[in-house]
Design a protein. Structure first.
Length: 55
């Protein structure tokens, strides 16, 4: 037969699970692409095709 879990232990497990979930969400939110620090003007490229710029 299954043993009964104490109330304090059950709340502790829930609290630990909540902390782990928040930590996972924070890490996932910060895992975006790296930002460029400095781009020189000669390295900048337009996204428009050359034909559109000539017209």
């Amino acid at each position: 037969m299954l043993e009964r879990i104490r109330t304090a232990r059950r709340y502790a497990r829930g609290f630990v699970a909540a902390v782990a979930a928040v930590a996972a969400l924070v890490l996932a939110a910060n895992a975006g692409p790296a930002k460029t620090t400095h781009v020189e003007e000669s390295e900048q490229r337009t996204t428009a095709p050359v034909e559109a710029a000539v017209r």
